[in-house]
Design a protein around this ligand. Structure first.
Ligand code: FAD
Length: 443
């Protein structure tokens, strides 16, 4: 099934198609043979065009014991303060490493990494939110995120810098925020360290993993247990399924650190412990001037203009507006105008689609209006969702609303399951009728 998905990706076909295809395949399998077994072809057969290293080395489980330790958390800052997801990650890392140390009888630590201008003062706060150790690099040239120096510093801290504070151990696990800058940095660092990355994760736990796929273990017919594996859960297939990504060593190489970027809001911010103590280290290697060849000439801070949560009514539009996006936006805004305290929300589907909007509605198509896991969480008295399918990431941002009305042409869209009223119909017809009826006082 996955091979089929990959084939479709190669052909540039979209995920939505892939999803229904997978469902059909699963149905077929279940109908034809409930015990059906999926055969895994070895990678050389699946991708003959790629260069496949020979698997003549023994599988090295030993990397677990000697060379890697600790969970490193990249703590992003903005305007001299930790951003919330940094605190969330520190709390989660604390919880994970406490469990880890107990399970494996170890004493590995949570290491907070700070990079920027005047970040040393934030070290105490990192300790308060769960770090055992903090390593920071400050330099006024690091006042804004820049790929090259930030990546080089992080990798240098991991690989080359010591001795003393980290006893020559590279990190076992790394966490980054799935923010714009964090996404950049995580991919660059993990690539530079020759490992992998599970991006946009919303769930993490450490456990043993039993892998019976010979393509992974290199030993056909045998299953292997990998210890201390970070299970990284991320939404997939347009948010209708979750995948768990495992970063597992292969016979010919090992993959460390096991790295994830974390969607902001996925974990609780822990209570700060003002009494917490730990070690703080400065990384003070000279930074070559050529790392700063990009000059930042201007910087604009986006204003937080839209607070959807403060409204009694949210009218949210999804990709159902796709046939006439400008018209769809106009109809949504007209409905918003009927209510006293209402505003327009959008699914991420609309924000990431490449619709062309006329200028008078374009200004409304901003991430600030996104409702859901990676957008705003709203609980209005009335939530009207037009042309939204109800992916889990959207649902978590609105399903606590008092009353949910969904408008959808599909009689079985997922959103039906958590709507109070479901109007099966075309939003281009239903929205103006709703607006009219409300204006006339009929509803
Ligand atoms: P679709 O899933 O394409 O649904 C469109 C719906 O419109 C369909 O049900 C269709 O039947 C209906 N329709 C079509 N034409 C009409 C018409 N004329 N009239 C009425 N109905 C019509 N999504 C969010 O919304 N918020 C988030 O915060 C968010 N965070 C995410 C984070 C991550 C890491 C990932 C991977 C995804 C995230 N997503 C988020 C995306 C999410 O998974 C879905 O892809 C997205 O919500 C789909 O948007 P949609 O419902 O508008 O589009």
């Amino acid at each position: 099934v996955l091979q089929d998905v990959l084939e479709r990706e190669k052909e540039g076909k979209n995920r939505k198609g892939a999803k229904s295809r997978i469902e059909k395949k699963i149905d077929d399998l279940q109908e034809n043979d409930e015990e059906a077994e999926i055969e895994y072809a070895p990678p050389e057969e699946r991708y003959p065009e790629l260069d496949h290293p020979t698997n003549d080395k023994q599988y090295v489980e030993g990397t677990v014991d000697g060379e890697y330790r600790d969970m490193w958390v990249y703590c992003e800052t903005q305007q001299g303060a930790l951003i919330d997801v940094s605190r969330e990650m520190l709390g989660k890392a604390r919880e994970l490493m406490d469990g880890y140390n107990e399970a494996y009888d170890e004493s590995e630590t949570v290491v907070a990494v700070l990079v920027g201008d005047e970040v040393a003062d934030l070290a105490e706060e990192c300790l308060a939110y769960g770090a055992d150790r903090v390593v920071y690099h400050e330099d006024e040239r690091l006042d804004r995120f820049r790929h090259k120096p930030y990546t080089e510093i992080f990798c240098h801290m991991c690989r080359d810098w010591g001795p003393g504070w980290r006893d020559y151990h590279e990190p076992r696990y790394t966490l980054f925020p799935a923010t714009n800058n964090g996404r950049d940095l995580s991919a660059l660092v993990q690539g530079e360290l020759d490992s992998g990355l599970a991006s946009d994760c919303s769930g993490l736990y450490i456990e043993a993993a039993d892998i019976s796929n010979p393509a992974k273990t290199g030993t056909p017919g045998e299953s292997r247990t990998f210890e201390r594996v970070l299970h990284m859960k991320r939404p997939d297939f347009s948010g209708f399924e979750y995948s768990t990504i495992l970063c597992i060593d292969k016979p010919h190489r090992d993959f460390h650190p096991q790295g994830a970027s974390v969607i902001p809001g996925s974990f609780e911010i822990p209570e700060a412990d003002a009494e917490a103590e730990g070690e703080v280290f400065e990384h003070d290697t000279d930074l070559p001037e050529e790392w700063f060849h990009i000059e930042v000439t201007d910087y604009d801070q986006l204003e937080d203009g839209v607070d959807l949560a403060g409204n009694e009514v949210v009218v949210a539009l999804g990709r159902g507006i796709g046939e006439q996006p400008t018209k769809g936006m106009e109809l949504g805004l007209e409905l918003v105008d009927v209510f006293e305290e209402a505003d327009l929300g959008l699914s991420r589907g609309v924000i990431t689609a490449s619709y062309e909007f006329d200028t008078h509605v374009e200004e409304y198509v901003t991430e600030e209006r996104q409702v859901g896991e990676s957008g705003q969480v709203v609980e209005p008295e009335l939530y009207i969702a037009a042309g939204i399918s109800g992916a889990i990431q959207h649902k978590v941002g609105m399903d606590e609303s008092d009353t949910i009305v969904a408008i959808n042409t599909d009689p079985d869209a997922e959103i039906r399951d958590f709507s109070d009223y479901y109007i099966e119909g075309d939003l281009f017809e239903v929205l103006p009728r709703l607006t009219e009826a409300l204006k006339e006082g009929e509803l």
